[in-house]
Design a protein around this ligand. Structure first.
Ligand code: GTP
Ligand code: MG
Length: 269
């Protein structure tokens, strides 16, 4: 017995593009000022949101829609869209926080977001502000993931640039940080949540963050986020200063599964 005839590729592409137009996948990023919200979105999705090392990079509450041409599907490029809700970091100015919080609440309550990525900086151990904000938004935060960014800046600040990974000491510290932040932040939420440590700047562990984003997004929308992935193992390996081309290739092979193309048949019918 033969199954249904697979739809021709151009029909699948057309249907996918229509779905992106109708309701673009939407991610909301929240976190204190300068934790790397915009950098994280740029690293995962290849967008060009403004990043700043000094004063606020994102200068007002905004909903951006980015057009992204996905090359992830076998045999075809797809015109996709991504909606990002982003605000200048909370906690930057007490006179602005109430406004941002109520706007986040408004958007989240309307179920306009598929998922929320709550970002903290690995070196920040003063979590009271994040706890306060999480508690105030907890009832409208169903699909939330906690990201711990900037792990390259964890003490004793001896990032292993040769392999673009934390040093042994940093790795140990990062594990302690993940345990501590997870306990302190997840208790403010109403359900379970996952916590992932990474570095947007170094592309370190970005794949784990991305996979966790897929996990928390609604199952029927996961394929859309998956098509939007705009980084690969090479982005991480290319920043490893001490690896030979052969070593890079060997490592790339070990991680290649996560970079594999998506087949048209795996998209919903
Ligand atoms: N070392 C390091 N620096 C990072 C990382 N991610 C972001 N940064 C830096 O942190 C600074 C702030 O990054 P942004 O992405 O602008 O942070 P933001 O949270 O969007 O900031 P606001 O929009 O002002 O709230 C910039 O100088 C980035 O280059 C990281 O993983 N490691
Ligand atoms: Mg920003």
């Amino acid at each position: 017995m033969s199954g249904p005839k697979p739809a021709p590729l151009d029909l699948i592409v057309k249907a996918a593009e229509e779905e992106f137009n109708r309701r673009p996948p939407t991610i909301c990023v929240i976190g204190l000022s300068g934790v790397g919200k915009s950098s994280t979105i740029n690293a995962m999705f290849g967008t060009h949101k403004r990043v700043s090392a000094t004063t606020r990079g994102t200068n007002r509450f905004r909903t951006d829609v980015f057009e992204i041409v996905s090359q992830r599907m076998e045999g075809a490029a797809i015109k996709c869209a991504l909606r990002v809700l982003d605000a200048p970091g909370l906690g930057e100015d007490v006179s602005l926080d109430e406004n941002y919080l109520s706007r986040y609440r408004h958007h989240l309550k309307d179920k306009a977001c598929d998922m929320v990525l709550w970002i903290v900086a690995a070196r920040n151990r003063a979590l009271a502000l994040d706890q306060q904000y999480l508690t105030r938004l907890a009832d409208v935060l169903p699909n939330v993931l906690i990201g711990i960014n900037q792990v390259d800046l964890v003490e004793p600040l001896n990032w292993n640039a040769g392999i673009n990974m934390p040093s042994r000491e940093q790795d140990k510290a990062v594990k302690e940080i993940v345990e501590d932040r997870h306990a302190k932040l997840s208790k403010c939420l109403r359900g379970q949540c996952k916590t992932v440590a990474y570095s947007a700047l170094k592309y370190y562990n970005l794949q784990s963050l991305f996979a966790a984003c897929l996990d928390v997004s609604p199952p029927d929308r996961r394929w859309m986020f998956d098509l939007l992935k705009s980084f690969s193992t090479h982005d991480w390996l290319n920043k490893a200063k001490g690896l030979s081309a052969a070593q890079k290739q060997q490592l790339a092979r070990a991680y290649i599964k996560s970079d594999e193309k998506i087949s048209a048949e795996s998209l919903p019918g």
